[in-house]
Design a protein around this ligand. Structure first.
Ligand code: GCW
Length: 630
């Protein structure tokens, strides 16, 4: 097997015993397992006293005893045992006991029927080609194992921007192939979700309207749900992006979001299905001259007044930040704010704004920061998980590239997502080190530098990107590389309003009052220049270029410094990587070395464009006299 195709769960050693048995009867009864050359004894049983999808693994003189609260728990226990063995633990000493923090650990695929992937940087779709889903079932089986090995238990199979080809999943014809995909994922404890188009009643049902208040529309959804559940009884549910970025929705018919969601939720209810309803709603036709409308306020303004109005089987899916998966933004104030509505937290593993799987970027570090951020004076965002937040979702970074993720090291992000969704108490360091061990082995001279590169990568990227939480300085549409004014005079509501004196939007009570959406403790934290985290200063405040930061530097000098440091950080990655030549498989070495070369180009472009942009605005030179292009 080529290294490119190999991921932690598909490495030669792990494949032997995890490969074909995992979901099979022999495995559950399995008496003997293999690990590399070594044979070990293992017994497997379902112990109903354990939490559902929880497990325990105990090593002893008689081999490993693996117990699960249900079949999925057993599966997770077996993977945990394999991971421990691969990390070099002696079988007799293994002792692990875990349970998932949330019941729903979900991957969304933004895959289109034609085989393309929206914001996909890893080749084409693993699911779709020429309008057909499930064209390569053996590969999907590997994928299922990969996802199950980190505890993912639901996946959506088509883009939230639904087009006609994938909308047809609700028809008998579309379901024929989807049934086969469900069969592949089922033994791995993974249930499917279908993204549905709000206008399906018109597109597929021949109706004249999709108005949720129209009884014929309700009939359409009831029939569609019955048809789907007739074929796939364990489908997890539907996912909807409504009234967002040109997708239709209840607003078009004069209704609020709950009215649109509930008609579909009612259709799913008899079958035990969940409706995931996205909260990524904002005015994407804003006039840039309008300084009153403030895009980050939109989701909260739309959904907070509707708390308690959604049916019980609706889960609102909230992006982690109020902007859009930016390198730095605060947490969404909607998270935890809804007391009578179920919520899911949405991450993006695909590196849309974070280097597109050319640049190295360990999301785990950012996710840890997000989870550590305060919800109020007593609780962090992590404390909401398993309580107010009952599902964790991410947009996948996978595709049909040989190595699944475009950048081999981006596999670490998929791995980290699954591990953190199962156990958000794990640190970024722990999950990163685990992935490095499973992929490159445990030898310190290899392990330590690779883990460090990954753990540093988020901050290195942030250094050469848009500074201090300003967001959106990316090239329009494709979102790779710098373009400080790219979105400035556009309709998307993403403005930094830089002039010769200052930059940023005042989102405090003196400005757009966005901060008022937070719990008072957090609102005050962000409003106060003394307590606002430095890296988010320009998200909340409009500041002059000579504003003094805590370390005495001016803001403009900090911008220059970080942008030079960002490029140095990438140069350092290259030096470190080159020291690994000959110690890791050549194919992996060469592949990552090539990506690092691309990253260096990108970092230099960011450095020079951002520094020149600000210098030209403010005219304040770099104190250290480095090259800035005038
Ligand atoms: O960030 C934006 C992306 C769109 C995406 C949208 C969303 C699927 O640029 O490509 O559409 O977010 O989350 O719905």
């Amino acid at each position: 097997m080529r290294f490119g195709y190999k991921a932690w769960m598909l490495s030669e050693e792990l494949k032997v015993e995890s490969g074909e048995f995992f979901a099979e009867e022999e495995f559950r009864r399995g008496i003997v397992g293999f690990f590399g050359e070594e044979k070990f004894k293992a017994s497997f049983d379902i112990d109903e006293n354990l939490p559902l999808e929880g497990f325990s693994v105990a090593g002893g003189a008689d081999g490993l005893k693996i117990s699960g609260g249900c079949e999925s728990g057993l599966l997770y226990g077996a993977y945990a045992a394999l991971f421990a063995l691969k990390r070099g633990e002696a079988a007799e000493k293994i002792s692990i006991s875990q349970k998932p923090a949330v019941e729903k650990r979900i991957l969304n695929h933004w895959d289109n029927g034609d085989g393309s992937v929206e914001r996909g940087y890893s080749g084409g779709s693993l699911f779709w080609r020429d309008g057909k889903i499930g064209y390569d079932l053996p590969r999907l089986r590997d994928y299922a194992r990969l996802l199950a090995s980190v505890g993912i238990n639901e996946i959506s199979v088509n883009n939230v921007n639904v087009r006609l080809q994938t909308a047809k999943l609700l028809t008998d014809e579309g379901l024929k192939d989807l049934v086969k995909v469900a069969e592949v994922f089922r033994p791995f404890g993974i249930r499917l979700i279908i993204s549905v188009h709000f206008d399906s009643p018109v597109w597929l049902g021949g109706l004249k309207t999709s108005d949720p208040a129209d009884p014929k529309v309700a009939d359409f959804w009831n029939a569609a749900a019955a048809r789907v559940y007739g074929k796939i009884p364990d489908l997890a549910g539907f996912l909807v992006k409504a009234d967002s970025e040109f997708q239709s929705g209840p607003n078009a018919f004069g209704h609020t979001q709950d009215v649109g969601a509930n008609v579909i939720a009612k259709a799913l209810k008899p079958h035990g299905g969940t409706l995931y309803w996205r909260c990524f709603i904002y005015n994407c036709l804003q006039d840039w001259r309008d300084t009153v409308t403030d895009r980050p306020k939109a989701a909260y303004d739309t959904f907070f007044p509707l708390d308690g109005k959604f049916d019980q089987n609706v889960i609102l899916q909230v992006k982690h930040g109020p902007s859009d998966f930016q390198v730095r933004e605060p947490n969404s104030p909607l998270l935890g704010a809804l007391k009578n509505t179920r919520e899911a937290l949405e991450f993006q593993i695909a590196q849309e704004y974070t280097g597109q799987q050319k640049d190295l970027y360990a999301w785990a570090v950012q996710w840890e920061e997000i989870l550590d951020a305060p919800f109020n004076e007593e609780r962090t965002t992590r404390d909401l998980i398993g309580k107010e937040i009952e599902a964790i979702v991410a947009v996948s970074n996978t595709g049909d590239d040989e190595n699944w993720c475009g950048h081999l090291m981006a596999q670490a992000n998929l791995f980290a997502f699954g591990r953190l969704a199962y156990n958000p108490a794990l640190t970024a360091k722990a999950v990163t080190e685990e992935w490095v061990s499973l992929t490159f082995g445990n030898a310190a001279e290899i392990h330590a530098p690779i883990a460090k590169m990954l753990l540093d990568s988020r901050h290195v990227y942030e250094k050469y990107n848009a500074p201090l939480g300003i967001c959106w300085m990316v090239c329009i549409h494709h979102h790779y590389g710098p373009s400080p004014d790219g979105y400035e005079y556009m309709k998307w509501g993403t403005y930094h309003r830089a002039d010769t004196k200052a930059i940023g939007v005042d989102r405090t009570r003196n400005g757009t009052s966005y901060t008022a959406q937070y719990q008072p403790f957090v609102r005050d934290l962000y409003e106060n220049l003394q307590t606002c985290p430095q890296e988010m200063l320009l998200y909340f405040h409009r500041l002059p270029y000579d504003f003094k930061l805590k370390d005495g530097r001016t803001m403009i000098q900090y911008i220059y410094d970080t942008h030079f440091e960002g490029v140095e950080g990438v140069e350092n990655f290259i030096t470190v990587w080159e020291s690994l030549k000959g110690k890791i498989p050549d194919e992996a070495y060469t592949h990552v070395r090539e990506r690092l070369a691309m990253q260096l180009e990108n970092a230099k472009e960011w450095r020079d464009v951002i520094n020149s942009y600000f210098y030209r605005k403010c005219g304040i030179p770099d104190e250290k006299g480095r090259t800035v292009y005038v």
